[in-house]
Write a new protein. Structure first.
Ligand code: ADP
Length: 728
């Protein structure tokens, strides 16, 4: 490879690349030169351009060469698109190129010979920084680079990367410096924007409430961009008022006071104002000087706090304005499109966050409602997929049943042991699921944790997605073990009761039936004894025999009553519709003798048709009316009324009398077998009548009870169910 010949112009171009900011290493690599060589070129270049521009010399042969290189360098610098300037050792500007003029908006002529303090008279801190770097270079000649924000021609602030390099004069001493300025505003801004967005995104994802996230968001914005404070304003659409919710500021008591004042009051609509306009229009607003803007009502307060410029922008969700953010700067800042754009983007991010928080809140509420309903109506919640495999089971399952759900997950219900279900039971259940039908209280007996079994009752319904595609089942479950156990105990007790009842009835029937024969024998042999040996017996013996006959007769009566009683259950006829009126008439015919003898007045309402065993109904009415006659007062003719009332599902019958009445403590007892309140002499009877009445009424699915005022009469009530439609 032929060695390249470097003429002065080419060398100057290479050096300028370096002055534009390209790293030394990259330049050397690109042009295939050694770093030492490059540095020597740069030194020569800087020495050349510095010398003649300050004091042009008479051309010589050597000078010809030098001035040629110099002209090339100067021409190149002039057309270079980046600002380049020269400074003398005393800090005064020697010159600058066209790009520099354009960048700062300052004419070169007016600037040559001036210092950096004069150039940046509006921004002393910028001048100070430049000056500090210069001083450093005078002390340690060489190159320096640094970033700085500087105000430029249009008043805006730009991010710059400044390169400075010293050059030496003919005497070999440092004569001044050459500087270039690279505008890195775009890069800086995109970095800043990324950093802010990143911080805001993280904050929003970590916080659950807007109030929790906002101070951090405001801080991110202010800190990254150098603004002093910020606040969020919310809008209450119901009352149209808005107020300052959260705020952030640099550590400054005056600003804190200003923000506290902002937060204190509610702002009503109708107020002109900064925030009001943003909320109304949904557009950002910029105020260059808060104290000079009439539309800013808090202007004076803000100025007092040392704030100068402000802007506000909307927090939006689509077309909806949910609130606003405002920011203040301590220095004068001109409207910055980029800043507003960045702010609006963040405002939108917050808007989405607010919508999400609200939606999540609603979702949470919905879920809580669902959970409490599930908890109230059942023990746990479950889900299964379209293959009927269990995919989820709420934790209450194990809490309630003690069964580990792990073996059930991923399996079908019938793949786990169920003690109560047969293959065909499962078949039916599966068919139901395949038809996507809901199911209710499907009971499964599962082996429990301690060897006992646990009864589950499951209900579920099919789940479909938006496209009506079947997605599986979901439902609830309840532990019904206790209920099942109780049912088992109850059933056993009931069966036992039914068995002993049947036994008892059989016993009563057999006993009474079989007892009649020996009784008859006692009776007839006593009579035989009397007939044959009567004349040989003395008075006492005859009296004793009378007792035997009496006893036998009474015993016969008791046995007959017992037999009648046991027959109510065992020998009853089928129920069929009967006219209760006709049955009562028949009973009254049977009672005719007693009625006449006691001069009883029996009245009645017209009785309805009922579903009954007519013989037993007659027995019931006859017993009640018979008792009403029997237990009459000695000095008063009995008045008896048989009534009936429509009581909805049933008929309510009553038999009222004006007899001796019953004391309340006997209201229950009189319905028991052989329970009576009087001696045989006072009122004859065995005490079986009401027991039979009760048995008859109960067999007819009714109730019987008594109401009475002692000494004033009694009313016996009983109910009979009405004939149901379709019952004939
Ligand atoms: P009995 O009539 O054979 O004594 P019941 O079983 O019919 O047996 O009646 C039981 C008891 O209830 C009667 O002994 C009587 O004391 C009381 N009793 C029943 N009906 C009446 C009534 N209408 N008035 C007063 N007491 C009654």
């Amino acid at each position: 490879m032929p060695v390249r010949q470097w003429d002065p112009a080419s060398k100057a171009k290479v050096v300028l690349e370096g002055l534009q900011g390209k790293p030394e290493k990259a330049i050397c690599k690109r042009h295939n030169i050694k770093p030492a060589e490059y540095r020597r070129w740069r030194k020569e270049f800087l020495a050349r351009i510095a010398g003649p521009s300050v004091s042009p010399r008479r051309p010589s042969r050597q000078g010809d060469e030098r001035s040629k290189a110099l002209r090339v360098a100067q021409d190149l610098i002039e057309v270079l698109p980046i600002p380049v300037f020269f400074k003398a050792r005393d800090g005064k500007h020697l010159g600058a190129n066209r790009a520099w003029e354009a960048y700062f908006g300052v004419r070169r002529e007016s600037f040559i010979g001036k210092t950096v303090e004069e150039l940046f008279s509006q921004a002393p801190e910028v001048a100070a920084k430049h000056r500090a770097v210069d001083e450093e270079l005078w002390r340690n000649p060489g190159t320096r680079s640094y970033e700085l924000q500087v105000p430029v021609r249009d008043g805006s602030v730009r991010h710059t990367l400044n390169y400075k390099a010293t050059f030496t004069g003919a005497d070999g001493k440092v004569a001044g410096l050459i500087g270039t300025i690279i505008d890195i505003t775009e890069r800086k801004r995109s970095e800043q924007r990324q950093a802010i967005e990143h911080r805001v995104t993280r904050l929003l994802s970590e916080c659950e409430t807007v109030a929790g996230a906002m101070p951090g968001v405001l801080a991110a914005f202010c800190e990254s961009l150098g603004w002093a404070c910020g606040a969020r304003w919310s809008m209450d659409p119901k009352i149209g008022a808005f107020r300052c919710e959260e705020a952030w500021s640099v550590d400054d008591p005056d600003i804190a006071t200003f923000l506290a004042a902002s937060r204190q009051s509610n702002y009503q609509p109708g107020y002109a104002g900064f925030i009001r306009r943003v909320l109304g229009t949904g557009q950002p607003i910029w105020i260059v000087d808060v104290s000079a803007d009439d539309s800013f009502l808090r202007g004076a307060q803000a100025a007092k706090a040392g704030l100068r410029s402000a802007f506000a922008l909307p927090i939006r969700l689509g077309d909806q304005v949910l609130g606003a953010m405002e920011f203040f700067h301590r220095e004068r800042r001109l409207p910055d499109e980029w800043l507003l754009e960045t702010g609006v983007t963040i405002g939108n991010q917050i808007g989405h966050f607010m919508a999400r928080v609200q939606a999540e809140g609603e979702l949470r509420e919905g879920e809580a409602r669902f959970r409490s309903l599930t908890a109230l109506s059942s023990d746990w919640y479950w889900e299964q997929d379209e293959q009927f495999r269990l995919t989820a089971m709420s934790s209450r399952f194990v809490e309630r049943t003690g069964i580990d759900p792990a073996p059930y997950i991923g399996r079908k219900r019938w793949e786990q042991p169920a003690l109560n279900l047969t293959e065909s039971d499962w078949e039916r259940h599966r068919a139901q699921l395949e038809r996507h039908e809901p199911f209710f209280d499907f009971e499964i007996e599962r082996p429990g944790p301690d060897g006992t079994s646990v009864w589950l009752s499951l209900s579920g319904e099919a789940v479909f997605d938006e496209g009506r595609r079947f997605r599986g089942y979901r439902g609830v479950g309840t532990d019904v073990t206790d209920r099942k156990r109780a049912q088992g105990v109850l059933r056993a007790a009931y069966e036992e009761l039914a068995r002993s009842n049947a036994e008892l009835q059989q016993f009563a029937y057999v006993a009474s039936h079989d007892l009649q024969e020996p009784l008859r024998m006692i009776g007839s042999y006593t009579q035989l004894l009397e007939r044959r040996y009567g004349d040989r017996l003395d008075q006492d013996a005859r009296e004793f025999m009378g007792f035997i006959v009496d006893g036998a007769t009474r015993m016969k009566q008791l046995i007959e009553d017992l037999l009648a009683y046991s027959r109510v259950g065992t020998r009853g006829k089928e129920m069929r519709p009967v006219q209760a009126q006709a049955v009562l008439d028949k009973a009254l015919v049977n009672l005719r003798a007693a009625v006449e003898q006691s001069a009883a007045a029996v009245t009645h309402e017209s009785l309805p048709e009922v579903n009954a065993d007519d013989t037993q109904l007659a027995q019931l009415l006859q017993n009640l009316v018979g008792n009403a006659i029997k237990f009459r007062k000695k000095d008063e003719a009995p008045r008896i009324h048989v009534g009936v009332e429509d009581a909805g599902d049933e008929w309510h019958f009553s038999v009222a009398d004006n007899g001796i009445g019953i004391e309340p403590q006997y209201f229950e007892r009189i319905f028991l077998v052989f329970q009576r309140l009087h001696t045989q002499d006072e009122y004859p009877g065995t005490g079986i009548g009401l027991a039979i009445c009760r048995k008859v009424v109960e067999r007819h699915r009714g109730r019987i009870w008594v109401e009475s005022a002692y000494g004033e009469g009694s009313t016996f009530h009983f109910t009979l169910p009405k004939i149901q439609k379709g019952e004939t």
